[in-house]
Design a binder for this molecule. Structure first.
Ligand code: CDP
Ligand code: CDP
Length: 194
């Protein structure tokens, strides 16, 4: 039996931080699914082919965290064939690990609709931009524009748009410290049997 925690939410909302902390707390494996789309975007060339032939090494490129890689990811993520090429890998990860935490945009809605725990992590646009700008050493205004553009594209696409699953618990980290957000998530997961 496997236990799955699905975490979705907009850019820089804190979902990766919560996902890593939950994985560490419960000894679960963690998959940052955004990295798959970032790698496909960064590889260039035909994105459908890149998605079909993605290797673990592609996920270790050191340019994947940049704002440009985020934008490229969100463009290729709207292509249905790119998404379908990545579905099996993500589902297999969730199924084969005894405990798994996956974070992304469509984990609770499409990839793991049966997940034992579903969280939708959000925060105000300004706070997310401030946190990401700090992280990247970039201009807050430029990052705010980038995040808004990416969120709008992610929410508007036809296939697997970013959205809160009906049964997901909303965590707004706008006024929470990392420790508070993590504690909340740990308590929810524990209550669900993690
Ligand atoms: O994975 P996602 O893009 O949603 O966000 P993240 O990488 O987990 O968090 C973005 C940044 O916000 C990181 O630098 C976190 O340390 C920071 N953060 C924070 O300051 N307060 C929180 N409650 C959550 C995250
Ligand atoms: O860390 P941040 O939240 O900024 O982005 P990310 O999670 O690394 O995702 C980068 C982009 O990949 C997103 O803007 C989405 O377009 C796409 N993505 C997706 O479509 N589905 C997922 N499950 C994960 C990411």
């Amino acid at each position: 039996m496997s236990f799955t925690i699905a975490i979705d939410g907009p850019a820089a909302s804190g979902k990766g931080t919560i996902a890593r902390a939950l994985a560490a707390r419960f000894g679960f494996a963690h998959l940052d699914t955004g990295l798959l789309y970032r790698a496909v975007g960064a590889l260039g060339g035909d994105p459908i082919l890149a998605a079909r032939e993605l290797t673990p090494d592609d996920l270790r490129r050191d340019d994947l965290r940049s704002a440009a890689a985020g934008q490229a990811a969100s463009r290729v993520a709207a292509i249905p064939e790119v998404r379908s090429a990545l579905v099996d890998f993500q589902r297999r990860f969730a199924r084969t690990e005894p405990g798994a935490v996956l974070d992304g945009r469509d984990i609770g809605t499409v990839i793991c609709p049966e997940a034992e725990v579903k969280l939708y992590v959000t925060a105000s646009d300004e706070i997310r931009a401030r946190r990401r700008a700090l992280e990247l050493g970039a201009d807050e205004g430029v990052i705010l524009t980038e995040l808004r553009e990416r969120d709008a594209r992610d929410a508007a696409r036809d296939v697997a748009p970013m959205r809160q699953a009906d049964d997901a618990v909303l965590i707004d980290t706008s006024t929470l410290t990392i420790d508070e957000a993590v504690e909340l998530a740990i308590n929810l997961a524990r209550r669900a049997g993690a």
